[in-house]
Design a protein around this ligand. Sequence first.
Ligand code: BGC
Ligand code: NOJ
Length: 814
Amino acid sequence: MKFGYFDDSNREYVITQPDTPLPWINYLGCQAYFGIISNTAGGYSFYRDARLRRLTRYRYNNVPMDFGGRYIYLRDDESKEFWSPSWQPTRHNLKDYTCRHGMGYTVIGSSYSGIEAHTRYFVPLDENLEIWQLTVTNKRAAKASISAFSSIEFCLWDAQDDATNFQRNFNTGQVEVEDGVIYHKTEYRERRNHFAYFACSEPSTGFDTQREAFLGPYRSWDNPATVEAGQLTNSIAHGWSPIGAHQVKLDLAPGETRQIVFVLGYHENPAAEKFDPPNSQTINKKLVKPTIAKYLDTKNADAAFEQLRQYWDSLLGIFQVSTPDIHTNRMVNIWNAYQCMATFNMSRSASLYESGIGRGLGFRDSNQDLLGFVHMAPARARERILDLAATQLPTGGTYHQYQPLTKRGNNDIGGGFNDDPHWLIIGVSAYLKETGDWSILDEPVQYDNEPGSEQPLYEHLQRSFNYTLERLGPHGLPLIGRADWNDCLNLNCFSDTPGQSFQTTTNKDGKVAESVFIAGLFVHAGRELAAIADHRGLGAEAASYLAETVKMESVILEHGWDGEWFLRAYNDFGAKIGSKECEEGKIFIESNGYCTLAGIGLKDGKAAKALAAVGEHLATQHGIVVQQPAYTRYYIEMGEISSYPPGYKENAGIFCHVNPWIMIGETRVGHGDLAHDYYSRINPSAREAISDLHRCEPYVYAQMIAGKDAPTFGEAKNSWLTGTAAWNYYAIVQWILGIRTSLGGLQIAPVIPKNWPGFTATRIYRGVVYKISIVRNGDGNSIALTVDGASIEGNIVSSPTDSRKEVAVKGILS
Ligand code: BGC
Ligand code: NOJ
C-alpha cells in the first residue's frame, strides 16, 4: 500500500494521505539554520546545533505522535469552525490533502469547506531564517471571512535543559513584541547575544506569546481556546512557556487568493550592540529589521525560493544517470544524493529517531559520509576532513565522536574503537580521487586539538595505519578494542550492571579479542594509503604498506577463514565468533562484506564462496541481515549485540549500511545481476508499494529493517541519518554503474544486470563534463572505451590535456 507518489520531474515526493504509518519528514536548511518538518507540519528548528541552539519545541515520542510544529489554523469567522490545512494539529477530514517534500522545502495544503490553503516552508540560502508562505483561496461562490493564525512554541535554547529543568525554566522566559514582530529573548538579559523572531507580512489583529493564554488551561494544540473564540489575547510571556502566534483577518471574495508570509528566524547581535538604547534591556533590532522586511515581501521570498531550486539543480546536476530501472534513477538522481547531503549536514543529530541532544559527530560515520557527498561539496568535505583529523590522538587512535560546535573530541565516550583511524584514510582517499587536491595532505593539523602539535595531514594517515600494526592480537589479526564498525560487538566490555551504557563504560584493555572486519578494512585502507604514497613519490614507503597488506591478507586467509566464509572475530577467550562452530552467530555480514569488497580471496575463490554463503544464510527478500542465527539470550562476553531481541538492530536486523559491502563484493566477482538485486531489495523507492509494512519514508533509506527473526520482519526504523545513504550511493554509482573516481581520473567499470541494454550518465568531474554512454553487446563485464571517438587503453579516462570542457565517453560491454 502507498501513501503518495514520486513526482520525479519536480523532484518531490507527494504524500496524499496525512496519517502515514510514521511521520514522514524532510529537512529545511543546508548551511547553518536547519529544521525538520513532517508531512503534517510537525518538527522544529535550530541554529547549527540541535541541542544548544534550539529555536522551537518538539515533543519526541509523544502521544499523539509528532507534536510541536509550524502550525497554521484557519477559522471561518461566520460558522466559527476552525481547522489546520496541514491536518495536524486539529486532524479534520480534509479534501485534497497533499504534502510535497522537495529539495530543501516542503509544501503542505488541503481544502476544507471551500477554502483552499497551502503553505510553502523553506530556508533561503545564506540566511538564518525560515519562510512560511501561506496561500489561501476562496473557492466558494460567496465571500468568506477567514481568520488565519500562525503558531510556534519557543524552546529555551538548550533542548536538554528545556525538557528537564522546570524549576528554573518556568521563570526565565521573556519576549518583546514590536510592530507585530514577536521576539523571543530568554536569557538575552545575561550571557546570550542571540534571540529568535517571528514576523508576519500582514497587519495582525492580535498576537499571543504566552502558551497558556493561547491554548487556554488544560487544552492542547488541537483546540486552542483563542482560535475557537476567534480572537488572540495579546499576551506577553513572563516565564512559563513563550510562544509566537499571529492572527490575520482575510475577507475573500469568491475566487480570491491572498498570500501571507511568516518569517521565523535567529539573530546574533554584536555583544557591544545588544541593547537599544544602550543602557536599556531592550533588544537592539536595527540590524535584523532589514532582513525581516526583505523576506516578508513575497517577491523576495519567491526569488529566494528560486535560488534554492538552482542550488539543488547544480548540486544534483553533478551526476545524473538514465538506466532501465526507475528506482535506480530516482534514488541516484534525486533522493539518495539529497539524503547524503542531509547526513553530511546533520551527521546523526536531528531526525525522528535522533533527538538532537544525543551524539556528536561520529569519527567513522563522518568519514564514511564523505563517500556520498564529496562530489557535491568538495570544499566542505575538505573542512570536515581537517576537523576530524584534528581530533585524532597522538597514538593514531581517535575520539569516537566530536562536538560540531566546539570541534573537539568528546570525552564522555573517548576512543579505543579500533576501526576508527582507518576511516580517515578512506575519507581522505575519496576526497583526493574526487578533487585531485593534493595540497590537503600538507595541511598542518593538530592532534587532540592541542596547539603546537600540528603535523601534515599525511602524517595523520601514517599514524592511522600504524595504529593497527601496533595493536595486533595472538593470531596477527587487529585487536578489536571497544568495538569495530559494529558498535555493539563489545568483546572487552563484560557488562552486568543494568542500564550501564555499553558505549561509554570502561572496558578492559583486552589483548586477545581480534576483529577480522578490521583486518579487511586495514588491507583496503593500506592499499589506498600505498597509492597515495606512491603518488607523492614515496615508492619505498608505498611498498612497505603493500607488504603489510599482503601479510594481513594471508593472516586473514589462514586465521580468518572458516571453511565457507570469513570469520567475524575472536573473543576475549580466543574463541571464534561467526563460525560454524558457534551455537548462534555462525556467520556475519561485516567481515564477509568488507573482505570481499577489498578483493580478499578473489584469486583462490574464497571471495565467491563467502558471498555464496551470505546469499544462502543471510539474504532475505527485505535485505541482508547482520548475522545468523540471531542471539536468543544475553551473552556477557558479546555485549550490546545480544541485548537486542532477535531480528532488531545489530542482532540480526537488516543493517542497510553494510548491505552495499556485499553489493560491491558481488561486483568484484562479476555478478551484476545479484549486486543490483541486493541493491533493489533495500532501495526505498522499490519498496514504496509495501509502505504499510516498511512504514518509514519511501524516499530515503533507513538504518535498519527488521530481520527475519523479528515478528515485524520488513519494518524499517531510523530513517535519514545513517551511513546507509553514502554507502548505497557509492555502491550503485561507483561499483554497479561503475562510474568510479580514481587518483588518475574517471574510471568506467560497470557491472550491471545482464538484461540492461546499457545506460547513459552525465558526470561533472574536475571541471569537465563527461557524457557517458554504455551499451551492452554481450553478457560480460569487459569494457572497450572511446573518448571523443578515439579508443583508449584500459578503463581510466584521464582529464583532457587540452581546453576541452566536455567529452563524450562511449563504452561497449561484452
Ligand atoms: C546502536 C548502534 C549505535 C550505538 C552508538 C547502539 O545502541 O545499536 O547502532 O551505533 O548505539 O550510539
Ligand atoms: C550506527 C553508528 O552510527 C555507526 O557508527 C555504526 O557503525 C553502526 N551503528 C553499527 O553499529
